[in-house]
Write a protein that binds this ligand. Structure first.
Ligand code: TYD
Length: 346
């Protein structure tokens, strides 16, 4: 989809992006400011760990951006950041499957209760347009050649997927019961600059750059659709402006690839040796294959524009040039505690 499709003509004037200092959120904020010159953006972000003020460093000085540190789980934070907005895009979420397997409450608090707080605000202010950013993981894994459709049952495998499903169901329930103007996007695996280095692509790129092992879960033949973050944000922007109320939109890259193929592509782009590939114990409940049918979004005018090779090159170049962003993360005590818990027993 060309940037001009839903460009300067935005009818929205103030947009709240919750989780706007996270990976997808920060790209979305940049896009909204760049393509909609009359739009003001408010970011509400709890800055837990993947949300980082520095993700927005280049746009923070923009007078059209207001940054508020706070949580979507707190009514007071929601009402002060949503005051006077025309739209809310909820990108705030706990997203990492392996962390959800540890069993903490934060997935339910943020992804379910936090969503409810936002929906309650919209219910009280029904002129607000609402977009919930969700995930293909809510469908659970599907066997080839099936591709998940928006009306398919929700059958997620991980606590993370269950919490996102609950959030999605609440959005649809509020749309039906209270008539709020809400849509949902369900994106496939997204990658790009600023992604926290716990996810496959940034973990493997940064490990490759440092000559560290790349831990492949199980046989590495699991299938994912890798979507470049800017394509994903174009889809969210389009659904925000042109999506139908009460409607879900799948957002997939359209190209299926096995994790091993992704790992080999990362070896290629970083010039690292294949000896870094290390098969480790599989993830519990590991989904074998996700694949989305995106015809509904295609009918709105969206299609992915950045091929994996191109997106991966941009991403790897960004990580190579921005060690100052990720080295402090990876050498921090919290990250080390996470990796020793997630990988130590493997
Ligand atoms: P991930 O980036 O965690 O996303 P998701 O679980 O939402 O798909 O993982 C993508 C795939 O890569 C998934 O099949 C799990 C696998 N994976 C590994 O093999 N090793 C790793 O260290 C990680 C983080 C993921």
């Amino acid at each position: 989809m060309g940037d001009e499709t839903n460009g300067p003509g935005s009818s929205l004037r103030r947009i709240l992006v919750t989780g706007g200092a996270g990976f997808i959120g920060s790209h979305l904020v940049r896009r909204l400011l760049r393509l909609h010159p009359r739009v003001e953006v408010i970011v509400l972000d709890a800055l837990t760990y993947a949300g980082r003020r520095e993700n927005l460093a280049d746009v923070l000085p923009d007078p059209r951006l207001t940054f508020i540190e706070g949580s979507i789980t707190l009514e007071a934070d929601v009402s002060r950041s949503a005051a006077g907005v025309d739209a809310i895009v909820n990108v705030a979420a706990e997203t990492h499957v392996d962390r959800s397997i540890f069993g903490g409450d934060e997935f339910l608090l943020t992804n379910v209760l936090g969503t409810k707080r936002l929906l309650d605000h919209v219910r009280a202010t029904p002129s607000i347009r609402y977009v919930q950013v969700s995930t293909d993981e809510v469908y659970g894994d599907v066997e080839a050649p099936t591709r998940s459709l928006e009306g398919d049952p929700l059958a997620g495998s991980s606590p993370y997927a269950a919490s996102k499903s609950a959030g999605d169901l609440l959005v649809l329930a509020y749309a039906r019961t209270f008539g709020i103007d809400a849509s949902i996007t369900r994106g496939s695996n997204t990658y790009g600059p600023f992604q926290f280095p716990e996810k496959l692509v940034p973990l493997f790129i940064t490990n490759a750059l440092d000559g560290l092992p790349m831990p492949i879960y199980g046989d590495g033949r699991q299938v994912r659709e890798m979507l470049y973050v800017e394509d994903h944000c174009a889809a969210i922007d389009l659904v925000l402006h042109a999506g139908e109320r009460g409607t879900v939109y799948n957002v997939g890259a359209g190209v299926e690839q096995e994790n091993l193929e992704t790992a080999h592509a990362i070896l290629h782009v970083t010039g690292a040796p294949a000896s870094l590939l290390a098969h480790v114990e599989d993830r519990l409940g590991h989904d074998r294959r996700y694949a989305l049918d995106c015809s509904r979004l295609a009918a709105l005018g969206w299609s992915p524009t950045i091929a994996f090779d191109d997106g991966l090159r941009r991403t790897a170049d960004w990580f190579a040039a921005n060690r100052a962003w990720w080295e402090p993360i990876k050498s921090g005590a919290a990250y080390e505690a996470y990796t020793s818990r997630a990988y130590g027993e493997r």
